[in-house]
Design a protein around this ligand. Structure first.
Ligand code: PMP
Length: 441
């Protein structure tokens, strides 16, 4: 199935996100169907999905239970507001989420995406302190190489230069801790690296600089995905938790990628044994099928509002589609699928096989580092001098031609297959990638 109309203008109308539009439109790559582990291209080829779409289709594609739940809900009640009105399915989903969330997470606020979850969590953090009469706590702390979506709060606490620098002065009162990637000490680490827990002490330096009484929250991805799978060194997250608790600073985990089984537990918080005050989620919440996000928080955060000043009991924040019935139905069917098929446990069981397969690429042409955790992995390539990103992007194009979908960020190849992947498919993915790298300039 191709486009009916094929003039260049037909492709020009859609201004594509995070895409070199001019290049793409000269040589478009189109998916027209998807099932389980595969996409079908417009020229009829099967492509093995090594990235679960954009780290979101954790149960694989077009799963009947999710499709049916969406169809049923669309026929019964398509939309209902969540402002001053309720519908049962959004409440049911909130309880289901609390059941799988780490102990301590007790309330759910709905959004439509990871970016909106981040904005919501940052705003809740600042408002929480105000509700407790601590209105001077407004500073936010993020991290270099952090990715927290694309809205103004998210790019301000985020630490990706290209995502920030053309968009103006951003949100004030933000500091960044260093990232945790120490290639000299931790190259070819399997799972969490040994070195770097001390980097959490940078938070003490920022606290000393501004005073804890001005700081609302620290936000980190427990494992940074989009900037190349940067793992938390052993003990690092525990230290962040201790320091934030000591100073009354909220800790926000951005679990948009790590949520819903990617690391072999429902959330990274459980996998690493560190529970934050707020957690952002999206992506795997609905298996990527319908846009939806959720922020989860502790009773302490929630109750500060409920017991706070009268004007803060109604939270002046929310979205037209918060808790949308069709999205909620998709999310419940997704959680059912994860549970019935034991997919989080499956990810944990497959993780050692995945790790061995990835690390078998050590010594392959161009490869300078490999990192992994759960069912996520990164292969870092030696950049071409003066042309950063070119080698990995060429690998992406070649991989697509050879029938595997990978993702690149800078000169790093990232992979995060659906949790239904088989060992044979892991072999196919890694074997094809090896061929691609061996024949790459
Ligand atoms: N936070 C993290 C950690 C992410 O990885 C992403 C998306 N890759 C986002 C936020 C933004 O999510 P969305 O694209 O759904 O807005």
């Amino acid at each position: 199935m191709a486009l009916d109309r094929k003039t260049p203008n037909d492709l020009n109308a859609f201004w594509m996100p995070f895409t070199a539009n001019r290049q793409f439109k000269k040589n478009p790559r189109m998916f027209v169907a998807a099932k389980d582990m595969h996409y079908t291209t417009s020229d009829g080829r099967q492509v093995l999905d090594g990235t679960a779409g954009l780290w979101c289709c954790n149960a694989g594609h077009c799963r009947p239970k999710i499709t049916e739940a969406i169809q049923k809900q669309a026929g019964e009640m398509d939309y209902a507001p969540a402002f001053q009105m309720g519908h049962p399915i959004a409440f049911e989903l909130a309880n289901r989420l609390i059941d799988v969330a780490p102990d301590g997470m007790e309330h759910v606020f709905y959004t439509n995406s990871g970016s909106e979850s981040v904005e919501t969590a940052l705003k809740l953090a600042i408002a929480y302190h105000r509700a407790r009469g601590d209105g001077a706590r407004t500073r936010l702390i993020g991290r270099e190489r952090g990715y927290h979506g694309v809205n103004f709060g998210g790019i301000s606490v985020g630490g990706i230069v290209t995502n920030r620098k053309v968009f103006g002065p951003l949100v004030p009162g933000v500091d960044h801790m260093p990232h945790t990637h120490l290639p000299d000490q931790n190259r070819y680490s399997k799972g969490q690296p040994e070195h770097g827990a001390h980097l959490a002490d940078e938070l003490e330096r920022i606290v000393a600089l501004h005073g804890a009484e001005t700081i609302a929250a620290v936000i980190v991805e427990p494992m940074a995905g989009s900037t190349g799978v940067l793992l938390p060194p052993k003990g690092y997250l525990q230290k962040l938790r201790e320091i934030t608790r000591k100073h009354g600073i909220l800790l926000i985990f951005d679990e948009v990628i790590t949520g819903f089984g990617r690391l072999g537990a429902a959330f990274a918080a459980q996998h690493y044994g560190v529970v934050p005050d707020l957690m952002t989620t999206a992506k795997g919440l609905t298996n990527g099928v319908i846009p939806m996000g959720a922020v989860m928080c502790t009773a302490e955060v929630h109750d500060a509002f409920m017991n706070g000043p009268e004007h803060m009991i109604e939270l002046f924040h929310g979205y037209t589609y918060s808790g949308n019935p069709i999205a909620s139905a998709a999310a419940i069917a997704t959680l059912d699928t994860y549970k019935e098929e034991g997919l989080f446990e499956r990810a944990a069981e497959l993780a050692p096989y995945w790790q061995d397969a990835l690390h078998s690429l050590k010594g392959t042409r161009h490869v300078i580092d490999i990192r992994n955790e759960g069912l996520i992995g990164a292969i870092e390539l030696e950049p071409i001098a003066g042309e950063p990103t070119k080698r990995a992007f060429s690998a992406f194009l070649k991989a697509y031609e050879k029938g595997i979908l990978i993702r690149t960020t800078g000169d790093i190849i990232a992979m995060s297959p659906p949790l239904i992947i088989s060992k044979e498919q892991i072999d196919e993915l890694i074997g094809t990638l090896k061929d691609v790298l061996e024949t790459l300039d």
